[in-house]
Design a protein around this ligand. Sequence first.
Ligand code: ADP
Length: 277
Amino acid sequence: VSARLLDGRALATTLRADLTTRVGRLERGAHPPILAILTDGAHAAATLYAASLERAARSIGVETRVIREADVVALERAAAELNAEARVAGIVVGQPFGDPAAGRRLVEHVDVSKDVDGAHPESAGRLARGEPAFVPATALAVIAVLEAHLVRVAGVRAVVVGRSAVVGRPVASLLLARDATVVICHRATRNLAEETRRADLLVAAAGVPLLVRGDMVRPGATVVDCGINAAEGGIVGDVAFSEVEPIAAAITPVPGGIGPVTPMMVLRQLVEAAERS
Ligand code: ADP
């Protein structure tokens, strides 16, 4: 037996078509939204994220404005200007910053109503309280992939490996809001395999290549891999795909799973923000 593949590329294509239509409608209504991206250019990962967002935005007809500036105070001023500009429907801060604390402070200068990557502490607080909020895109992508493939979440035992603010925590909140029983594992978890083996739904978001091995997965589980780790010959996930795939009922590939859906989730939140205003 082998697992059902939870394909993110096909879903991204469907989402792109829907968003393109909605952007067209906004343009006819004279409210074409702009996506602004702020980055200090210090980290390759942030530069790559900005580039993939730009590409995705262009693919649905959304204009982008990328502000790349090493001086964080200048970026804070830029954020204030973008907050005041009606056509700018969304502002994304490309993390990580050279100085991570400066990156976090910059996020707090973004108006919460334009926080389309769910990075502002107020957005995170609303999400944690189970209230409507902008959500970090990777976490939303996990839910979108599960929903598109009709994977049951309500009542299942979900185990999330990782507790970062961008993936683990928001995924756990979203699963909880959808009535899963959620366990969050992290670096100090005593027996990781024992926890993951109890999962009906296992979400790997640790940023550790091939952390989840075959013997850590219960036969018939659904496995979602959020990992994007650079390796020789491409990227690898947090899940040892070749070991887990024969055991799981369903699994996201890397690449081609959560990755292609993530920028579409930023854009979906952008379009929703523009439609509301
Ligand atoms: P990401 O951006 O993928 O969420 P971070 O580095 O911000 O990555 O966070 C990694 C998370 O994964 C942390 O919460 C950490 O506790 C967890 N983690 C890292 N290594 C392990 C491990 N070996 N076992 C369990 N959890 C781990």
